[in-house]
Design a protein around this ligand. Structure first.
Ligand code: ADP
Length: 540
């Protein structure tokens, strides 16, 4: 074996930041504030302030590997945290503000987050779980501008001088952390690394992935608390794309206004967002001047073919993507390939709604009871993957080892087939979860709570397609003999333990839940039975 003559340069996020601070110093980073006015800064300034944040964290006693949580919308200060926390050698733990307060508390507690950086506008949410977590310091970013009694983010940035030394960062150090919803049991933590984040950013920028460059203006609608905003903040900084952070206004009209105002060329989010925007465009009440061919990266749930077709009429490109928190998250994308385009319109539309082809460096395979299955476009099985930005374990969860195969692949829990040329088609999911507008709802938790009602014999909650939210929960309930029970009563019962948006839209009363030979609920059968369920008005 002959050693290469190449240098052993650690791949760390600092490389991206230093480059952005010089080469892209004046490139704009825009944030839409809660009052909808636009705040402008640039990469030079973001890098400078990220450095101050890093030094302030070190001066405050943050050690390499310590977790620093954020509870924030998408904006420039969150971008500073994305770089500043890892630059201190610490781990940026993004908390999902859409979860139930008790779940956020569990996650922050499990991760042993030492500090929290939170938006002022989210202080009411924090108040709901603050007593349950021992944050040593709570630092408040004035996003909405309201007065508060906690330590101020700006004052914190000022709290350390330039003399504070930052640690020399190793490429295998953890730099980011995100918890993923579990089918059973509590959410599980994934730790992103310095190297994995750099490689993921590079993969994202490839022409057949997001195709990001300095000519782009990107609006990541995907929240920065969801799988690192799909890596977009790092990828954009790597190539000097202008970033436009949408803040908390994510309704269709607000986003269309922002696209028009900023000349957006790329945007990324879940199908529900694009369904809403499409409806707005189709009303034709206003003619938004959008950048022709604007790329809309759609991930998190399946992309409907009808959506691909409809957007083509507006000269907007839907690019479907597949990924998971565990895969950093970009696993595959459906950028149109010339050979597919040559097959005509139907083939093109079908392809563009698929999960696409795996990103270079990510390996995929399909495995069923018989073992690995052929890439014939028909045989289905579990999609498994591996690669430098795919997690190999969960943080402090040896009990979750069955998510990984003995030969080192990650089991995604998605059921898929792959065509001979590598197009991944997601067919189903083995995970017993409902994905509504990009957020998970646990069917198991819902049915347990429904079954806790004294008039319920048994209940199963299934995911059923929904035109706006992609999926919504439908509760199939068996009453105890001779009792009176209605949907309203069950809804009332669930409100004690669940946020309103997690509640089943409809309750259907049936005689029995179909079971497998081993006595488990056969949800597949229920899903088939109620596949064409017409949601009642309450579901709107
Ligand atoms: P993210 O935050 O990127 O949505 P999650 O870890 O919350 O990641 O969700 C990942 C899951 O979402 C996948 O395992 C799959 O079930 C679903 N998913 C993601 N992309 C697609 C897609 N293109 N088609 C179908 N399902 C998808």
């Amino acid at each position: 074996m002959l050693q290469s003559t190449m240098m052993d340069q650690p791949l760390t996020l600092d490389l991206l930041l230093q480059r952005a601070a010089t080469v892209f110093r004046d490139v704009d980073v825009t944030t839409r504030l809660p009052d909808k006015s636009l705040h402008h800064t640039n990469y030079g300034e973001v890098a400078r302030r990220a450095g101050r944040l890093a030094r302030a964290l070190v001066a405050a006693g943050i050690q390499p590997g310590d977790r620093v949580a954020t509870l924030m919308w998408n904006h420039y200060a969150h971008l500073e945290c994305y770089f500043g926390i890892p630059a201190a050698g610490a781990v940026l733990h993004t908390l999902n503000l859409r979860l139930q307060p008790a779940d956020i508390a569990y996650i922050a507690h499990h991760a042993e987050d030492r500090f929290l950086i939170v938006d002022d506008v989210l202080l009411p949410l924090l108040a709901q779980f603050r007593d349950e977590v021992n944050f040593e310091r709570v630092i408040v970013f004035r996003f909405g501008g309201a007065a508060h009694e906690d330590e101020d983010y700006e004052a914190f940035l000022d709290s350390a001088g330039d003399a504070v030394a930052l640690p020399a960062i190793g490429e295998d150090w953890a730099c980011g952390m995100c918890y993923t919803s579990g089918t059973t049991g509590r959410p599980k933590g994934v730790l992103y690394g310095q190297k994995s984040s750099v490689l993921h950013a590079m993969g994202a920028c490839l022409p057949d992935a997001v195709n990001l460059s300095s000519r782009d203006i990107i609006v990541p609608v995907v929240p920065m608390f969801h799988a690192m905003a799909w890596g977009m903040p790092y990828a954009a900084a790597m190539v000097g794309a202008r970033q436009v952070m949408p803040g908390p206004h994510l309704d269709a009209v607000s986003l269309l206004d922002l696209y028009e105002q900023t000349g957006t060329t790329v945007t990324a989010g879940v199908p529900t967002i694009w369904m809403g925007i499409l409806q707005e465009l189709e009303k034709r009440e206003r003619a938004w001047r959008l950048t022709p061919g604007m790329r809309m990266i759609v991930g998190g749930s399946a992309t409907p073919v009808s959506m691909v077709k409809a957007y083509e009429r507006f000269d907007l490109q839907v690019i479907a993507a597949w990924g998971m928190t565990e895969t950093s998250p970009l696993g595959s994308l459906a950028q149109l390939r010339p050979e597919v385009a040559a097959r005509g319109e139907d083939a093109r539309h079908w392809y563009r709604a698929q999960a696409g082809v795996s990103v270079p460096l990510v390996d995929v395979r399909i495995v069923n009871d018989q073992g690995e299955v052929a890439w014939d476009g028909e045989s289905t099985g579990e999609l498994q993957c591996r690669g430098p930005w795919v997690t190999g374990s969960y943080y402090l969860r040896p009990d979750a080892a069955d998510a990984f195969t003995p030969d080192g692949w990650f089991r995604t829990g998605d059921v898929a087939s792959i065509t001979p040329e590598g197009t991944i088609h997601i067919a189903d999911r083995t995970k017993d979860l409902i994905k509504s507008g990009g957020e998970w709802i646990s069917s198991v938790e819902l049915e347990n709570e429904i079954m806790a009602h004294p008039a319920v014999a048994e209940a199963a909650v299934i995911a059923v397609a929904h035109p706006k939210w992609m999926e919504r929960p439908l509760a199939c309930v068996v009453k105890k003999p001779g009792v009176e029970l209605g949907a309203d009563e069950l809804r009332e019962h669930l409100l004690g333990s669940f946020e309103k948006w997690c509640l089943p839209n409809d309750f259907v009363f049936i005689d029995e839940i179909p079971r497998t030979s081993t006595g488990k609920f056969m949800k597949l059968k229920l899903r088939e039975q109620f596949a064409d369920w017409q949601w009642s008005e309450l579901s709107a």
